[in-house]
Write a protein that binds this ligand. Structure first.
Ligand SMILES: [Zn+2]
Length: 273
């Protein structure tokens, strides 16, 4: 991924999406007005930061990404695999009016100039762009969403609703927790084994380096799991770009739930036609 700075706001971009000419970005902590544990580009409402600060931070990243702040459409993430189609009436959801929905972890649209916005602090941000049908999507893939294959749910819905062909869709995996940082318990490891099978065991799970003597601890590679989900859905290998930035490895650049707990800001992913 590329790290770019405009008007003092630093954000990440994918080569694949840049080359395709679609506006997108993943925020960092840098360039906002919030302080303390929210220092400085906190994009999460209701975390203890003032709404005034969060709105100013949204305006700043919108300007940096050349996106329409007032027409942004925000998610309401609860670790489900609920993916919805949003349309013109959803422009401004969570920004200029309250959210009209609960439990939305993925959004798809073909509406122009309506940025989709999802939130993160270690979980995996998934980006989608079909340049043929001009359709965008974003999905939040934590371990539950990844076991539920929300990436595939999103792609299937793009096919059903807009006639997208997976062979045309570009997919991106943005900054989130890496395989060397993400220790999980045996029940989570078992859920992945059950979903992905023994064939992918060595790709997505390896013994814990933090607890080498604890057989009930594993390291989970969410990026590899999400890549497998994309491939299963029919996305060509060359249409998948995976970040090289871990949120937990880079606490000066990103908020990380594993490091900071609940007293932190939120990062956000953005994409707009
Ligand atoms: Zn890491």
């Amino acid at each position: 991924m590329n790290k770019e700075t405009k008007n003092n706001v630093t954000y990440m971009t994918f080569d694949l999406f840049k080359n395709a000419g679609v506006k997108h970005g993943f925020s960092t902590r840098l360039g906002g007005v919030s302080d303390g544990v929210f220092d400085s580009l906190n994009l999460g409402f209701n975390r203890g930061d003032s709404d005034e600060n969060v709105h100013e931070n949204f305006k700043r990243i919108a300007t940096a990404l050349d996106m329409n702040y007032e027409r942004m459409c925000l998610s309401k993430q609860t670790h489900t695999t609920n993916v919805i189609i949003v349309d013109e009436k959803d422009a401004g959801n969570g920004i200029i009016r309250p959210l009209p929905y609960d439990d939305v972890d993925g959004m798809i649209t073909n509406v122009k100039d309506m940025p989709l916005v999802t939130f993160y602090a270690d979980c995996v941000p998934l980006y989608f762009y079909d340049p043929v049908k001009e359709v965008i999507a974003m999905a939040h893939s934590g371990w539950r969403g990844t076991v539920g294959k929300i990436g595939k749910v999103t792609i299937n819905k793009m096919q059903e609703a807009f006639g997208c062909n997976p062979k045309d869709i570009l997919c991106g995996i943005a900054p989130s927790i890496c395989k060397n940082c993400y220790e999980v318990s045996k029940d989570v490891a078992d859920a992945f084994l059950e979903t992905f099978g023994d064939a992918h065991k060595d790709e997505i799970l390896h013994p814990s380096v933090f607890n080498p003597n604890d057989a009930d601890k594993y390291m989970l590679d969410l990026w590899a799991a999400c890549r497998i989900v994309f491939l299963e859905a029919g996305i060509p290998e060359v249409h998948i770009e995976i970040t090289d930035y871990c949120t937990r490895c880079n606490p000066k650049l990103f908020y990380s739930h594993r490091i900071m707990g609940v007293n932190r800001g939120s990062l956000a992913g953005f994409i707009s036609l």
